[in-house]
Write a protein that binds this ligand. Structure first.
Ligand code: ADP
Ligand code: ZN
Length: 434
């Protein structure tokens, strides 16, 4: 049976949602035009006035915002309110360059935390749960977002932050945590550490995990679900839109519902900017419909995914997005072939390896090279060099089938690849370092 944090809005009819969006967009564009000079200039250049935006369909007339605009406008250029009305600053984790700083009024924090509360309830959370939050706290949005959401649900919240895995496990066991929130790579590490300590999946009291902030595959989901004995739910968000909770998975686990009463999503062709119809793959663009302090309109996320309005068995009516399998800038072009790290992860897990790997890209003699270090499980270790070589060859073959090009595989001993406590660094592209 489904539970909702805000049933009325989460299950509202399509007409109702559009009505809310129509009303909010008109106000929001006016707010931005009047208060954010940077965006006003972009609108003026495009010849659009706030009066031209009469309904959500008119959103197409507005200019896009990109990460480059955010960097240009750093730190205060996109602020929509007086600083004295802001109560919080958060920042991106800086995965792809200079950090972006986002501002929040109390209203913005409340709506963000409500979105996270919806995610927790969708994962089965109630006020009887013990929610262990091991996303990083501080400037990163993961910890504060889920922490606030858990408070709103009334769950007992453990603000652990990331790292210190020994202590995570001790508290998890002693305080009987039921919901775990962290990056999928850290969840995998916690699972591995529990097994090393001799715990079986049924020894912990966890029932669900809410994992996001980085791309992860369906294979990774299965692997984490097995190692922790839980159901693993995806959660998506970015600092620019507030943080995690912009979209979250329900019990169907077939994509994430976007909180459409607060965020309007479009999919565009990343090369032309053309808006694509539902079901087509492209770049996700978000408009925050009611944020005050950092109200981004038509922000290009660079995350590639597909939207679907197919009826969901959970009863929620909000549009769903597929897992973004990496950002457009995560894509590696190796000898002219597009390769996503997630494709490599899929092959590894399907071939029975653990999700501990590192991808090394370089250019030698004007040719791109792709090497993947893959950690062996203790039971996969062998003294025979020929065994290891045969395993490497087999994996290279499977990779070639998936990617269209064959990487060089290096099987390395257990525990030789550094574990991640936050967002995993999967790719080292030396071509970008020169
Ligand atoms: P940074 O850009 O420095 O990583 P953020 O911490 O704001 O800054 O991260 C937001 C980005 O993280 C998103 O744009 C997306 O690429 C990625 N992300 C967040 N949640 C997910 C998820 N569930 N699946 C895949 N990618 C995700
Ligand atoms: Zn659903």
């Amino acid at each position: 049976m489904s539970n909702y944090f805000q049933e009325e809005i989460e299950t509202a009819s399509r007409e109702k949602i559009v009505e809310i969006q129509n009303e909010k967009i008109v106000k929001q564009v006016k707010h931005v035009y009047e208060n954010v000079a940077y965006y006003r200039n972009l609108m003026d250049k495009q010849g659009v006035k706030p009066e031209d935006i009469k309904s959500i369909d008119d959103i197409k007339k507005l200019p896009f915002l990109t990460k480059a605009d955010l960097r240009d406008a750093y730190p205060y250029g996109l602020l929509g309110t007086d600083l004295k009305d802001c109560v919080r600053i958060q920042s991106t984790s800086g995965t792809t360059g200079r950090r972006v700083v986002a501002f929040y009024t109390q209203h913005d924090i409340d709506l963000w935390e409500e979105c996270c509360a919806r995610a927790i309830v969708a994962a089965g959370g109630t006020n009887e749960d013990v929610v262990q939050v091991c996303y990083g706290y501080g400037l990163f949005t993961g910890g504060p977002g889920l922490n606030g959401g858990s408070h709103k649900v009334g769950s007992l919240t453990l603000p652990m932050s990331s790292g210190n895995t020994e202590r995570q496990i001790q508290f998890m066991m002693d305080l009987q945590s039921t919901i775990l929130c962290c990056t999928p790579s850290y969840a995998a590490f916690i699972g591995e550490s529990l097994a090393e300590k001799g715990y079986k999946p049924e020894d912990n009291k966890l029932k669900a995990g809410i994992f996001g902030a980085e791309p992860w595959t369906e294979e990774m989901r299965k692997s984490i679900e097995k190692s922790l004995g839980i159901k693993a739910y995806d959660i998506y968000g970015l600092t620019e839109t507030s943080g995690p909770g912009v979209a979250f998975e329900c019990e169907e686990q077939t994509g994430m519902h976007i909180n459409e009463d607060h965020f309007y999503a479009e999919i565009i062709n990343p090369d032309t900017g053309e808006v694509l119809p539902e079901g087509e793959k492209g770049e996700l663009v978000f408009t925050s419909l009611d944020k005050e302090a950092f109200p981004l309109l038509r922000y290009r996320t660079r995350d590639i995914c597909v939207l679907s309005r197919k009826k969901c068995s959970c009863g929620r009516t909000h549009v769903k997005m597929t897992k973004p399998m990496g950002r457009s800038d995560d894509m590696m072009i190796i000898r002219g072939v597009n390769v996503f790290p997630s494709q490599i992860e899929t092959v590894l897990l399907n071939e029975g390896y653990a999700p501990n790997y590192q991808i090394l890209v370089d250019r030698k003699n004007n040719t791109d090279t792709l090497d993947v270090n893959v950690e062996l499980l203790p039971e996969q270790m062998s003294d025979k060099v020929s065994d290891i070589e045969a395993m490497e060859k087999k994996l290279e073959g499977a990779m070639r089938t998936m990617l269209g090009i064959g990487p060089k595989i290096h099987l390395v001993p257990p525990k030789s690849i550094t574990r991640s406590e936050g967002k995993a660094v999967r790719v080292i592209d030396k071509r970008k370092l020169v």
